[in-house]
Design a protein around this ligand. Structure first.
Ligand code: B12
Length: 211
């Protein structure tokens, strides 16, 4: 069977051991790592989401799938091609308060990092005050916010309001992403960029900051 398909199946089945073995095989065979991330790991997790929505999978199955994805992603990360030909701005990134979904944020964080950005990753379930403190401390030019849940969307609005209150709004560009966000929501809360995935995030920031 095709290795990418096998890796996708390992994520869907939540088979961590197989995911590890196949990811290593993909690395050893010098296959395209970026392709493996998008067309095996992420597509596998998309199918897991569908199974959950159809009530065929429940939280324990999702956790196993997330573990299988993470173990393969860890094997891939050191082999992603780095492009550090220019000094790029500092990015503060995190998942907003109330939300513990971190896989997508981790992928965006890794892609920005290997593309030369100085990434400060605050993790998940991050309080708005922590974002403010880090932006002030690090003088970051970019703030990336992630959420996958509808109830936590308002946190993004709150963070932008706090940036305004603290006089930081003009110093930092705000990029939002995650399955519940979209270009309309970006407009509504006054963020600067919305991107659908990690590749688009890197391309958008490169276009803006490397003019
Ligand atoms: C995995 C998963 C989990 C795992 C998370 C494991 C982890 N360590 O992250 C676990 C099991 C813990 C979990 C828990 C819960 N989950 Co959940 N989970 C999912 C699932 C199946 C997949 C999410 C995922 O990782 N996708 C893969 C990644 C790669 O995709 P992604 O995050 O979308 O990221 C991509 C883009 O969105 C983008 N992106 C992401 N962030 C950012 C940021 C920026 C700046 C940019 C530019 C781009 C960007 O780039 C990424 C790809 O390149 C989704 C279903 C789905 N269809 O999404 C539900 C889902 C997100 N979960 C959901 C829910 C409700 C929950 C729970 C509340 C369930 C419960 N009853 O307890 C809890 C959450 C508790 C909390 N307070 O956070 C709902 C949310 C519904 C909603 N609209 O509010 C979903 C949609 C399932 C559903 N259909 O009901 N979950």
């Amino acid at each position: 069977m095709n290795l990418l398909k096998e890796l996708e199946d390992s994520v869907i089945e939540g088979n961590e051991e197989n995911a590890k073995k196949i990811a290593q095989e993909i690395v050893n065979k010098n296959l395209d790592i970026q392709d493996a991330i998008f067309s095996a790991l992420l597509s596998g997790m998309k199918k897991v989401g569908e199974l959950y929505e159809n009530h065929e999978y429940f939280i324990p199955e999702i956790i196993l799938s997330a573990d299988a994805l993470n173990v393969a992603f860890e094997i891939f990360t050191p082999h992603l091609k780095e492009t550090k030909e220019s000094v790029k701005p500092t990015v503060v990134i995190g998942v907003v308060k109330g939300d513990i979904h971190e896989i997508g944020k981790n992928i965006v964080s890794t892609f920005l990092s290997i593309s030369g950005y100085n990434v400060i990753d605050l993790g998940r379930n991050v309080h708005s005050n922590i974002f403010m403190e880090e932006i002030e401390k690090s003088n970051a030019q970019i703030l990336c916010l992630s959420t996958l849940m509808s109830p936590t969307l308002d946190e993004m609005r709150l963070i932008i309001d706090k940036l305004k209150e603290k006089g930081l709004r003009d110093k930092v560009k705000v990029m939002i992403g995650g399955a519940t966000t979209n270009p309309e929501f970006k407009e509504e809360i006054g963020a600067d960029f919305y991107c659908k995935d990690a590749i688009e995030a890197v391309n958008t920031l490169n276009k803006y900051f490397l003019k």
